[in-house]
Design a protein around this ligand. Structure first.
Ligand SMILES: C[S@@+](CC[C@H](N)C(=O)[O-])C[C@H]1O[C@@H](n2cnc3c(N)ncnc32)[C@H](O)[C@@H]1O
Length: 366
């Protein structure tokens, strides 16, 4: 209601200002933390960083990235303006969480740096039980403390991602919303309350939150291997009106759902963190549990074939952030994999540092 009273130009300016503020914050944090790291290393408090740590990217590369960032924001604004999702989603940031957990994030940095310098990748607090979890998963992705397996990690995750992408993480996630909405058109005779959407590897629930904002009445489900991240998702999602999404602990490669159960499935920022055979298994499982005619929408990192010009940045990301499967991911053929799983009409697109794949399960008889 308030949205209709506020002129478009003002809302757009507010959105641009917010994004500029987030970008400036991300850059300032990275700059200051790299300086603090080098100062602490000089006193012997932490392991000295490698020479290349925090080294500058070329001006041309920065301009290229900056241009892609601007394009992302423009598309984000346009999709909201078209009514694909409410403009309020553009401002849906967890400010109270960010303020509350920013000190914890900063205090954690020396441990992250030590792990990075000493190349330690399986370092968990003693109370964390990794039994029953896949070996590829029980690692400190991004060198983060406790990997994905503690409440502490879940509390600071969203803020870490926002800083990593200079405030563009949600704008990248929102690019799944238009194809998701379009994909549901085939089921337009279904009432929203009977429409089921699954988010695989839902993490702290950011994507589910956006889908709830766009489709307030549909049934939402999220699955993830991390109980800690699901707890955080439950906390954030219970702030919203409407039915609480059903959150389930489980692996994407053996989804705990019946065949042909969901009208659509989403999956954001997962595939680059998986060994290649698991990528295929998860696509096979998505195919099994989505209904004929249903859509599978993926958002993940760009790959080399999309953006050869970003090859250097991708290489740096793999090494600096402990992403053990990232290099293989950047060269994988995801379209082939989706088709092997049985999907058809696969399309792909790129926004900023992410790519999007949209695939359909054929209707019976097709
Ligand atoms: C990079 S985070 C992405 C989370 C969320 N989708 C987002 O947009 O922020 C990766 C998530 O995948 C989960 N995950 C990793 N491997 C998984 C698997 N095989 N099955 C289910 N979840 C998995 C992790 O626990 C973590 O929450």
């Amino acid at each position: 209601m308030v949205e209709t009273l506020i002129p478009d130009a003002f809302t757009k300016l507010a959105y641009q200002t917010l994004q500029q503020g987030k970008a400036a914050f991300g850059l300032a944090h990275k700059n200051l933390s790299t300086r603090a790291l080098k100062a602490a290393a000089a006193t012997g408090l932490i392991t000295a960083p490698s020479e290349s740590y925090g080294s500058d990217i070329s001006v041309e590369m920065l301009q290229l990235i900056r241009g892609r960032y601007e394009q992302l924001l423009q598309v984000d604004w346009e999709d909201a303006e078209k009514g694909i999702y409410p403009r309020s989603l553009l401002f849906d940031d967890a400010w109270d969480d960010f303020a509350k957990y920013y000190p914890a994030l900063c205090l954690d940095l020396p441990q992250i740096w030590n792990r990075a310098q000493q190349k330690v990748s399986r370092d968990f607090s003693p109370e964390i039980d990794t039994a029953g979890l896949p070996n590829y998963y029980t690692q400190n992705f991004h060198h983060q403390t406790d990997g994905y397996l503690s409440d502490r990690s879940a509390q600071i995750y969203d803020l870490q991602v926002e800083i990593l992408f200079n405030g563009a993480a949600d704008a990248m996630r929102r690019r799944i919303l238009a194809p998701l909405k379009a994909g549901l058109e085939v089921f337009k005779d279904e009432i929203p309350q009977n429409t089921r959407i699954l988010d695989i590897a839902c993490g702290t629930g950011r994507t589910l939150r956006m889908i709830r904002g766009m489709l307030p009445k549909v049934k939402l489900h999220g699955v993830d291997l991390s109980n800690a991240y699901l707890r955080k998702a439950s906390q954030l999602l219970s702030q919203l009106p409407g039915e609480l999404p059903q959150l389930t602990q489980g692996p994407g490669e053996a989804l705990p759902y019946l065949d042909n159960h969901f009208h659509a499935i989403t999956c954001v920022f997962l595939f680059h963190e998986l060994p290649a055979p698991i990528r295929q298994q998860i696509m096979n499982e998505a195919f099994r549990v989505v209904k004929p005619g249903g859509t599978f929408v993926i958002c993940d990192s760009v790959q080399l074939s999309d953006s050869p010009d970003l090859g250097m940045v991708m290489d740096g990301f793999s090494d600096t952030f402990h992403e053990p499967f990232y290099r293989n991911y950047t060269q994988d053929n995801l379209i082939d994999r989706l088709q092997t799983a049985g999907f058809v009409e696969v399309t792909e697109s790129v926004h900023f540092m992410s790519k999007y794949l949209v695939a359909k399960k054929p209707l019976y008889g097709q």
